[in-house]
Design a protein. Structure first.
Length: 508
C-alpha cells in the first residue's frame, strides 16, 4: 500500500493526515499551536514550538494508524499565507514567528497608498498591500527592531519554514511567495525594483530559491526521521499555500466554481488564466496549476471569531460537552437551529483580529437588547461571518463575466449543517462540501500523488480522491430575509467608518 502524508499548519492548529490513492483518510492527528499576543494587534508563535508540533503530530499519526513508515511515499505541507518566519545566520530563528492575523504594520500599507508606492507595486504584483504580508512586517521590523535585520539568513512563509525543518533545504514555493507581494507576477521571479519600492533591497539574498508545488524540495533527514518515525530519504514536495490545497481538495479548480474557506481567515477565491488587473479584487497569485492565477478576496474575519467567543465567553461549554458526550459545536449548532430565521439576532462585525473594511475596525455586536441571550449572540456570529464572506464574494463577482455554478465550502463552517444553510441563504448560490475530514491535508496528499506521477494531473487526482456531498440550496424565504439583513450590515459598516481612527487613538 502507498500512503501520502499531508501536513497543515493553520493559525491555531497543526495537523497531519495519511491518505491512500483513492483518497481514503486513514487517520488524522492534531496539536494546538500556541498563539500569543505581546500587544494589541500583535499575534506571534514560537518557531521552535511550531517545529516540535509538526514532529509531534507525525509521531502521533504513525502511532495511531500503525502504518509502516516505509509505505509513506511522500510528504507535502501547506500552511497559512502571509505572516513572517525568519531564520537566522546562527541557524536558529531570528525572533518569534508572526502569524497572518497580525495587524501591527497597519500604517505601512496606508502610507504606501498615500505616497504612490502601492500603485507602482500593483503594476508588478497585481496585489493590494496587506498589513500581514511579509513586506509590511519586514518594513515594520526594520523600523522597530532594526538590530535583527543583519541576522536574517532566510525569509520564510509558514509552510516553507516547516519544509525546511523537515529537509534542511531552503526553498520558496511559488503559490505562497506570489501571494506575498514578493514576486513579480509577469516575470514570476523576484524583482529588485519591487524590493526597492518597499525599502527592502537588503533582504534580496535572504529570499530562498523559487520552486513549484510539485517539485521535490528535499528529503526527510536522518535527524528528523529519528524524531518523527519517518524514513530518512522520503521525498518532500514543494507543497502549497493552504488556500490552494483546500481549493484542490474540494475540487474548486474549475473556472465556474468559487471556493470559500471559512477558518481563521475568510478566503474567497476562483481561478482564471489571466490576472484581474483593474484593482477590483485584492489579490492575484499563481495557482498550483501554473497556467492559472488564483483570484482572491480575503481577510482574517471568519470562523476564528467564533473560536474566540466560545473559548473566552463560553468556557463552561467544554465541560458540558464532555459530560454530554458531545462536541462544543454540537451545542452551539443546536442553539443556532433553535432560533427562527426571521427572529432578529444582534448583527456581529467579525473584526476581532483585523478587518476587511477599515484597518482599525473592531469586533462589535450591534442591535442587542435585554431579550437576547447567548444563543442569539452565537447565531449573530454565524451570520456576521457569512456577511463578511458575502462582502468579499460581491467583489469577486464584479470581476467575472462568466456565471458561477456553485460555491465549494471548506473550513470549520463546512462541518455545521446549520452554518452551511446560512451560507447558502446569504450567498444565494448552491453550497457544496466534500465528504472528508481535513481538506488542507487532502490537498497535500493530492500534491504528493501528482508530483510522484501516481496521477497525471490534479484533475485526475480529484476524480479519484474526492467525494462531493449533495448541494445545499438557498431557501427563497431565507434568502430574502438575509438580503435585507446584509444591507443593514453594510450600512453599519459605512456608519462606523469615521469612528475607528478615533478609537485607535484611545488604544495607542
Amino acid at each position: 500500500m502507498r500512503y501520502y502524508l499531508g501536513l497543515d499548519n493553520g493559525g491555531t492548529m497543526t495537523k497531519a493526515a495519511l491518505y491512500t490513492k483513492t483518497g481514503e483518510e486513514i487517520g488524522v492527528a492534531a496539536v494546538e499551536t500556541a498563539m500569543f499576543s505581546v500587544s494589541p494587534g500583535f499575534t506571534e508563535r514560537d518557531m521552535v514550538e511550531m517545529k516540535d508540533a509538526n514532529f509531534e503530530v507525525i509521531r502521533k499519526l504513525l502511532t495511531k494508524t500503525k502504518v509502516d513508515a516505509k509505505d509513506i511515499v511522500g510528504v507535502a505541507c501547506c500552511g497559512h499565507g502571509k505572516g513572517l518566519y525568519l531564520w537566522g545566520k546562527n541557524n536558529e530563528p531570528v525572533r518569534a514567528g508572526i502569524i497572518s492575523t497580525d495587524n501591527r504594520a497597519w500604517e505601512y500599507p496606508e502610507n504606501w497608498k498615500k505616497d504612490g508606492t502601492a500603485k507602482k507595486v500593483f503594476q508588478k504584483t497585481y496585489q493590494q498591500i496587506l498589513a500581514c504580508q511579509p513586506v509590511s512586517l519586514l518594513a515594520w521590523l526594520k523600523d522597530h527592531e532594526p538590530e535583527i535585520m543583519d541576522d536574517i539568513k532566510w525569509v520564510f512563509e509558514c509552510k516553507d519554514y516547516v519544509r525546511f525543518c523537515l529537509t534542511g533545504e531552503p526553498y520558496a514555493e511559488i503559490t505562497d511567495y506570489s501571494g506575498a507581494n514578493l514576486i513579480n507576477l509577469e516575470t514570476r521571479g523576484y524583482d529588485e525594483d519591487l524590493l526597492k519600492l518597499f525599502g527592502l533591497s537588503e533582504i534580496r539574498d535572504c529570499l530562498p530559491p523559487i520552486k513549484t508545488s510539485t517539485d521535490i524540495c528535499g528529503y526527510i533527514t536522518e535527524d528528523v526521521a529519528k524524531e518523527t518515525g519517518l524514513i530518512s530519504g522520503t521525498p518532500v514536495m514543494g507543497g502549497m499555500f493552504d488556500i490552494n490545497a483546500c481549493a484542490l481538495a474540494v475540487d474548486a479548480a474549475h473556472e465556474d466554481r468559487i471556493c470559500m474557506i471559512a477558518g481563521t481567515w475568510s478566503i474567497n477565491e476562483y481561478i482564471r488564466k489571466t490576472p484581474v488587473v483593474d484593482g477590483s479584487v485584492a489579490l492575484n497569485s499563481i495557482f498550483t496549476l501554473p497556467e492559472y492565477y488564483l483570484i482572491e478576496e480575503s481577510s482574517p474575519t471568519s470562523a476564528g471569531n467564533n473560536e474566540w467567543f466560545i473559548k473566552t465567553m463560553l468556557p463552561e461549554l467544554k465541560d458540558i460537552a464532555e459530560q454530554e458526550g458531545k462536541s462544543i459545536y454540537d451545542i452551539t449548532n443546536a442553539w443556532v437551529k433553535s432560533i427562527p430565521v426571521d427572529e432578529f439576532c444582534p448583527i456581529f462585525l467579525p473584526f476581532l483580529m483585523a478587518s476587511n473594511v477599515h484597518p482599525n475596525a473592531k469586533g462589535s455586536f450591534i442591535g442587542m437588547s435585554n431579550y437576547h441571550n447567548r444563543a442569539h449572540m452565537v447565531k449573530g456570529i454565524y451570520e456576521g461571518i457569512a456577511f463578511s464572506h458575502r462582502y468579499h464574494l460581491d467583489k469577486l463577482l464584479a470581476s467575472r463575466t462568466d456565471p458561477v455554478s456553485c460555491i465549494r465550502l471548506a473550513g470549520g463552517v463546512a462541518h455545521s449543517d446549520e452554518w452551511i444553510q446560512i451560507f447558502a441563504d446569504v450567498m444565494g448560490y448552491p453550497i457544496e462540501v466534500v465528504d472528508i475530514g481535513e481538506t488542507g491535508t487532502l490537498g497535500c496528499a493530492m500534491n504528493v500523488a501528482v508530483a510522484l506521477g501516481d496521477y497525471d494531473s490534479y484533475e485526475t487526482a480529484a476524480d479519484n480522491m474526492i467525494n462531493v456531498r449533495e448541494a445545499v440550496l438557498p431557501i427563497d424565504s431565507n434568502e430574502s430575509i438575509y438580503k435585507d439583513r446584509y444591507a443593514v450590515y453594510m450600512k453599519i459598516i459605512d456608519a462606523l467608518d469615521p469612528v475607528w481612527t478615533d478609537m485607535q487613538k484611545l488604544i495607542d
